[in-house]
Design a protein around this ligand. Sequence first.
Ligand SMILES: [Zn+2]
Length: 95
Amino acid sequence: MRLIDAEPFDAKKCAVPEGNKDYRQGYMDGVNHVLYEMEKQPVIDAAPVRRGYWKFTGYAPEERAKYQCSVCNYAVYAGKSNRFCSNCGAMMGRS
Ligand SMILES: [Zn+2]
């Protein structure tokens, strides 16, 4: 399934192609049909995915590597392999 944000779509901004009156009317009928079908689609609750990365910030006592979440600065020790920040939930990529 592919999620899209349909809010920015504005049929009034669609460029009507060149052609005779019937052709242009058919085009706009098609645009309006797409809008009608989009309105009928179910709405789901979705939150944007926050993405961050682990920033190496040095060594803590006992020579444990210290990293911080690039989104919330939450510190972890030798936790760079964590795929998500346990504080803010950001999905971690490569730094
Ligand atoms: Zn975080």
